[in-house]
Design a protein around this ligand. Structure first.
Ligand code: AMP
Ligand code: FE
Ligand code: FE
Ligand code: ZN
Length: 295
């Protein structure tokens, strides 16, 4: 049985609703999926309702991708099996959402000054009430006629180096790891290739960051990710082994976008990896003090 452990829905910047994601997962023959929206967990419940209603055999794992800041860079931390009712969880996610709104407001002002006005309302409409992100702004910029494609909008306005770029603020990866653990979850460093200076030839900074994240309680590395070719997967699997971490993996599907098809299921891991994550949770004292039935 195969599991895809990194998926986004319309509750953040994915294109599939939870129901569409469930349908796609069934179509490609997955046995389990983890929904990992950015700073948001509500799609999990919606997907489980669809599975129950249709009598499908698809396991929906609780997941989240927390967008954190380390120095000037972004570090994404995945959390699995968290209990959103744990003390402090909802407040932390609300702060992350508040920061997303603040960042978007600054983007709107910067774009206005640059002669590419869009309204906050137009961006929020693209997000449909979900976790606000730059992909929604990219779509609003295309709709307003300021860019010919979302990709162009990103390059001209939204990426580091662009005159209108607005950096993220918010949780550090250390705080995210602690938060996930406090909510009874297992943490994984998302697409470690994207951690600055990462790689087998120039890894001083990323390796020392990873080492400190391990000391802070990191549980896993995302070994399998579409951005990581086989050589890097071997490299991160070796690193996971060295530090006593688990491996996770998934397609990071956002549905069809930028003229490319959806990639759900294109990267899947053996269900045994999920079992190992569950076991790690059980093995660590303090885990599971919360109700497990929902996880
Ligand atoms: P945000 O959460 O607002 O920082 O938006 C991050 C999301 O934007 C990522 O999850 C990707 O889906 C998307 N993204 C980031 N960089 C790019 C890029 N250069 N081109 C297209 N999409 C991107
Ligand atoms: Fe995304
Ligand atoms: Fe990510
Ligand atoms: Zn992601």
């Amino acid at each position: 049985m195969k599991a895809d452990l990194h998926l986004h829905t319309t509750f953040s910047d994915g294109r599939f609703s939870p129901a569409e994601l469930v349908e796609a997962a069934s179509l490609v023959g997955l046995g389990a999926i983890a929904i990992t929206d950015h700073d948001e967990t509500a799609a999990v419940e919606a997907a489980r309702a669809v599975v129950a209603e249709r009598g499908l055999r698809l396991e929906i794992l609780m997941g989240v991708e927390i967008n954190t800041v380390w120095q000037d860079a972004e570090v994404h931390v995945l959390g699995y099996f968290v209990d959103p009712r744990a003390p402090g969880w909802r407040e932390a996610m609300q702060r992350q959402q508040g920061e997303r709104l603040r960042r978007m407001t600054r983007y709107v002002a910067a774009l206005e000054a640059e002669g590419a006005p869009v309204t906050l309302a137009a961006v929020q409409e693209q997000a449909g009430g979900g976790s606000l992100g730059r992909p929604h702004l990219a779509r609003a910029l295309v709709e307003a006629g300021h860019a010919s494609s979302e990709q162009t909008a990103f390059e001209r306005f939204l990426t580091p180096g662009a005159p209108t770029y607005v950096p993220r603020e918010g949780l550090s990866p250390f705080e995210a790891i602690a938060l996930i653990r406090a909510a009874g979850g297992v943490s994984s460093l998302a697409h470690p290739k994207s951690v600055p200076l990462s790689g087998p030839t120039s890894d001083e900074d990323s390796q020392s960051l990873i080492e400190r994240l391990v000391e802070a309680g990191l549980d896993a590395l995302e070994v399998v990710h579409p951005s990581q070719p086989p050589m890097l997967r071997d490299y991160y699997a070796g690193m996971a082994g060295y530090y006593g971490l688990l491996s996770t993996g998934g397609s990071d599907d956002h549905g069809p976008r930028y003229g490319r098809p959806a990639r759900i299921g294109s990267e899947a891991v053996d269900y045994a990896w999920v079992e190992a994550m569950r076991n790690r949770r059980k093995a660590v004292p303090g885990f599971g003090s919360l109700d497990r039935k929902l996880l």
